[in-house]
Design a binder for this molecule. Structure first.
Ligand code: NAD
Length: 264
């Protein structure tokens, strides 16, 4: 199936690191032009360089803090100046610190909610006037199985991800009449392949990386019907499909891409 993504203009938030990086590379390989809206400027630049070494579209990194409306507005303005349109928004950036609810400082809850919910709301709002005017747009929100099932030591993160799912369904109802699709892809565990692919602002700090040794990953994989953990490409494949016109009659849906971990 040809997804016809060549020449599409795609914004990927948090596109410098791990899953976001995989999504950026996959879009560029399909010939799309991609803006990496990333708070870690150096990591965004590194991913753009890797993407531009592939044959396909072009990638640029724009330093963006998605929790800050002015920063997001400036990023969308620069995108329009550089590429002339926005076809696809992938709200991917997130953050979590694993900790029991009763042991967690308020500042961590706020950071999780600000990035996951406010970041999504800010970026979505910033592209909508343009998408509505063109009567065309695809929004793919990267959720989490935690937002469907709940997760031990990730209560507020899970709540925020559940919020992303409900937000997406509501927006799908409002925006369908304007030719805009809104869907959610929910990953399960995807450990970065290398520290090189991880941003300074990533949830994959030293502490979490140390937990997922190769032995721990092998053990964790046994909980998955397909007996392996995920790779960024797994999420990228589903994201590209939902961002394409091949999925033009799909909206308001939540798709777990997770080796069968969650079935609903
Ligand atoms: N990796 C997993 O196991 C897993 C599992 C379930 C869901 N997810 C979801 O997949 C998505 C990507 O996860 P990941 O593992 O690649 O995470 P990651 O932490 O490696 O990447 C997140 C990116 O967002 C960027 N970012 C953070 N704050 C930002 C801000 N304010 N403005 C702009 N960019 C900001 C970071 O610099 C980083 O590049 C997230 O939505 C996450 O919740 C991941």
């Amino acid at each position: 199936m040809d997804l016809n993504l060549a020449e599409k203009v795609v914004i990927v938030t948090g596109g410098g690191s791990n899953i976001g990086r995989g999504i950026v590379l996959a879009f560029v390989k399909e010939g799309a032009n991609v803006v990496i809206a990333e708070i870690d400027e150096a990591q965004g630049g590194k991913t753009a360089k890797d993407a531009n070494a592939l044959s396909g579209g072009k990638a640029i990194a724009i330093k963006t803090d998605i929790t800050n409306v002015d920063s997001v507005t400036a990023m969308v303005k620069k995108t329009l100046e550089e590429f002339g349109k926005v076809d696809v928004l992938v709200n991917n950036a997130a953050w979590v610190m694993d900790r029991l609810f009763v042991e967690k400082p308020r500042a961590e809850w706020e950071r999780e909610i600000n990035i996951i919910l406010w970041g999504n709301i800010n970026c979505t709002r910033a592209v909508l006037d343009h998408m509505i005017e063109r009567k065309y747009g695809k929004i793919v929100n990267i959720g989490s199985d935690a937002g469907r099932m709940g997760e031990f030591r990730e209560a507020v993160y899970s709540g925020a991800k559940g919020g992303v799912i409900a937000l997406s369904k509501s927006l799908a109802r409002e925006l369908g009449r304007h030719g805009i699709n809104v869907n959610v892809v929910c990953p399960s565990l995807i450990v970065p392949e290398s520290k090189e692919y991880v941003s300074k602002e990533s949830m994959w700090g030293e502490e979490l990386m140390a937990v997922f040794t190769p032995e721990a990953q092998e053990k964790a994989a046994k909980a998955y019907p397909l007996r392996r953990l995920g790779k960024p490409e797994d999420i990228a494949n589903a994201t590209l499909f939902l961002a394409s016109d091949a999925a033009s009659w799909i909206t308001g849906q939540t798709l777990s891409v997770d080796g069968g971990y969650v079935m609903m």
